[in-house]
Design a protein around this ligand. Structure first.
Ligand SMILES: Cc1cc2nc3c(=O)[nH]c(=O)nc-3n(C[C@H](O)[C@H](O)[C@H](O)COP(=O)(O)OP(=O)(O)OC[C@H]3O[C@@H](n4cnc5c(N)ncnc54)[C@H](O)[C@@H]3O)c2cc1C
Length: 469
């Protein structure tokens, strides 16, 4: 019998456990123990039902383009619970000199693909618009080194594009600043477009043309997918299909060490022997568990930076729903001098998440602004949110409820040189047979990538692990 330890009970660890269960049902002789330090499984996937609203404390959805989370949902029987974002109402605003300006139609991240809406948009100055048209003539460029997203975007479209779009869009995903994020790790498609086409605008137009010419048109999938009753439902349903005696909550792993052709996992006063270990933890926690097994690997993992983030859920009545602008919400460039980075009008993005007579808002702080407000009380944080919502959308009403959720070191920052770091991590990992890594420190911080990494890590171990003596 092969024995596997999974360390971490977030969605990455749960996906690894689910994979093992599947292989067990298919006849493989395997058992596992999942260690989770907190009392609950699911990690940052946490949902509360308040006043008829589905309030997400952590992730609220995932990009549909990456199939792995929806695939897992279908495998555990939640196919009919998957919901798409309400893209008919998809409008995002950018706070620009104190007022909300709609992102022009046809903008693919920051690449304009429709001339008229971008040309007429007050979001950009004339000099940026001129740069957009000049960008179409950039020749292909082979770059032999990584660079920051800010440098990359500035080279193509200028500083204003970094400030107005690239920075706020990436802050909404990674919490960090475009000046420190790696273009190769975070926007690999754009780096490749530059290599092949030079101009991102030309590359995007060529890709669209190719898509149009290939066969009959399927209806476009929605941009985001989620679960009707919230993201926690996915974690809970996966848990319901795992072996209860394999799940150890309130159990923190202190260290793992290679021993007798396998691994010894030490948690409190207990230690147990396994053939293989999946470490499904954020970088710094993985580093701490691995420090005795490989100080070099631990140092590389600890070097993947994380930032804190804070989400605030606010519920209002029908009048507020009427008064807010249509669309998914707004992003706030740092140059606007606010603390908030973004707000989502959840009742528009996912109408199933709030009764028709309610408005549900989700506000987001990350990176340096989250650090700044972190020590404050919930009431003080709610005060900041309300004050800024009043300034930005004129919202004065008293919320029916307000909840603050703080996540320490939850968002990985793929800094410049991240891919080279991953190569070093992989080389060091291979020196430790029977060890695999999953989670958001590596190749994607979103839920789909975490699910993929967890299942792959388990599969990899089961394809090579030898049974314990
Ligand atoms: C506020 C927020 C919003 C987000 N929004 C989105 C979104 O909209 N869409 C999207 O796709 N992604 C989003 N993400 C990212 C995504 O949710 C996470 O990257 C992903 O869920 C991480 O899952 P994980 O299992 O790797 O890690 P975690 O969920 O962090 O789980 C790790 C688990 O390990 C446990 N643990 C730690 N140390 C030990 C130890 N020594 N021993 C045992 N257990 C330990 C922890 O208690 C935790 O439960 C968001 C993240 C945050 C924080």
């Amino acid at each position: 019998m092969t024995r596997i330890a999974i360390i971490g009970g977030g969605i990455s660890g749960l996906a690894a456990a689910f994979q093992i269960e599947q292989q067990k049902h298919a006849g493989q002789d395997v058992e596992y123990t999942l260690y989770e330090s907190s009392p609950r499984l699911g990690g940052v996937l946490r949902t509360e039902k308040i006043d008829g609203c589905v309030v997400e404390a952590g992730p609220d959805s995932f990009v549909t383009e990456k199939p792995w989370a929806a695939e897992l949902a279908r495998l555990v029987g939640l196919g009919d619970q998957l919901i798409g974002s309400n893209d008919a109402d998809r409008k995002t605003y950018i706070l620009t000199r104190g007022r909300l300006v709609e992102m022009p139609d046809g903008l693919m991240f920051m690449v304009p693909t429709k001339i008229l809406p971008t040309g007429l948009s007050p979001l950009f100055s004339w000099s940026t618009k001129l740069r957009m048209s000049r960008e179409l003539f950039h020749p292909p460029r082979a770059v032999d080194h990584d660079e920051s997203v800010a440098d990359f975007v500035e080279r193509h479209y200028g500083r204003e594009m970094v400030d107005r779009l690239a920075d706020p869009l990436l802050s909404g995903v990674y919490g960090g600043e475009s000046a420190s994020l790696s273009v190769r790790a975070v926007l690999p498609r754009f780096a490749e477009m530059e290599r092949t086409h030079g101009s991102l605008g030309r590359a995007m137009l060529a890709a669209r043309k190719k898509m149009k010419s290939t066969g009959p048109k399927k209806p476009a999938p929605t941009l985001f997918t989620s679960l009707r009753n919230g993201m926690q439902h996915l974690a809970e349903t996966v848990v319901s299909q795992l072996t209860p005696s394999s799940l150890l909550t309130n159990t923190t792993v202190q260290a793992i060490q290679a021993e007798a052709g396998g691994w010894v996992v030490s948690a409190g006063l207990q230690s147990d022997h396994f053939d293989g270990v999946v470490i499904a933890l954020p970088g710094s926690a993985a580093a701490s568990v691995l420090r005795l097994a490989s100080s070099e690997l631990a140092a590389e993992l600890a070097a993947v930076q994380y930032t804190p983030s804070i989400t605030v859920g606010l519920g209002y009545g029908h009048d507020v729903r009427q008064s807010l602008p249509p669309g998914f919400g707004f992003l706030v460039p740092r140059s606007e001098g606010k603390q908030l980075l973004a707000a989502t009008f959840v009742h528009n993005k996912f109408p199933h998440r709030a009764p028709d007579d309610r408005a549900l808002l989700r506000c987001f702080f990350a990176g340096s602004t989250a650090e700044k407000v972190w020590p404050m009380t919930d009431d003080q944080i709610i005060g900041i949110v309300r004050n800024e919502l009043q300034q930005i959308v004129g919202l004065r009403a008293e919320p029916h409820f307000a909840r603050v959720y703080k996540w320490q070191s939850a968002m990985a920052q793929y800094g410049v040189g991240h891919l080279e770091r991953l190569e070093r991590i992989e080389r060091l990992r291979k020196q430790l047979p029977g060890l695999t890594l999953a989670g958001n420190a590596y190749r994607g911080i979103g839920v789909p990538d975490c699910v993929r990494s967890g299942r792959e890590a388990a599969k990899q171990l089961l394809s090579v692990a030898a049974p314990a003596a």
